[in-house]
Design a protein around this ligand. Sequence first.
Ligand code: 1CP
Length: 333
Amino acid sequence: MSPINQVIINKETKNKPIWIMRQAGRYLPEFREIRKQNTDFIKLCLNPNLASEITLQPLKRFELDAAIIFSDILMLPYGLKQKIEFKKNFGPILGDINLNEISKLDEIDFVERIYPVYKAISLVRNNPITKNKSTIGFVGAPWTLLVYMINKQSPKIKLKDDFFKDDFLINRILLILEKFLKIHIKNQIDNGAEIIQIFDSWAGLLDEKHLPNYVYIPTLSLVEYVKSLNIPVICFPRGIKNYNEYCNLVKPDVICIDYEVDPLKISKNIKIPVQGGMDPKILLTEKENLKKEAKRYLDIFKDHPYIFNLGHGILPETDPNMMDYLVKTVKDY
Ligand code: 1CP
């Protein structure tokens, strides 16, 4: 069993395995090289050879315990035929939603549009580099995908005032997302994903009173589905205030915490395995400081099943040497 699965399944506390959100990406010169020649981000995600090569790039450099597949949570709206492009220095731009067209879409159409993602997963899983490491598949949570689909661009800090105005549209999309997210999860698992992480990057935008409807209930349905396939599920509800309530209601196997929560409070109150937490900006400071902060998390979670990770994705301006230093610090602990 891989070290990460030992933490999740056996609740082992001796080893502190490590992987990093966005470990394959813009801070690596070898990624930027491939990206320069592939200006269409979606097409790059749909190229199994390149997507698997990019996935493995960080594993060739650093002693990481998992490969997270190079893809994007927005491949799901792409699979649902919503137009999407990634504009340089701006982020994703999505087209209008055509509810009639989306409602008519069946499983075969959807899978046909994104099957190269599954091919990339199977290439990664079958590569000897990932032996004894976990291959992680992922999806966006229904709420976060709804935000992009309705808002049609990154909400950055807040939702548009009229976000909730079309109740019918919102509830239809949530149901459609739930159906296709399950299909997407099942195909990733069938092609070699051994863990699923659910990214709810915009959970923190919601008022508390909206959490049950938009976050807890739709995410619980996915968590139960992944568990029914005998695969562990990690949830990352970025920006929420009450991690206790989230864990009690949504019941993930692992909770991934963001950098704004107090890790000490988490270690005292949360009984399930924990992942992540450290602020990615620490990697932009000095080695000594990086070591100190990493050790702070490792000390706090010394007797807790813990997977080292950051509290959000690694920043593009990070020096790969700092990433190397971080991985070594965790491995030497
Ligand atoms: O080169 C480029 O310009 C593309 C940058 C890039 C990369 C490397 C994007 C665009 N997505 C990715 C890969 C990606 N995205 C992975 C790959 C595996 C990994 O190494 O971790 C994963 C897991 C994601 C997930 C993702 N995409 C999230 C959830 C995590 C998070 O950061 O909160 C979100 C919100 C997205 C949307 C997205 N993809 C890319 C951009 C610029 C955005 C918008 C972010 C925003 O709204 O601010």
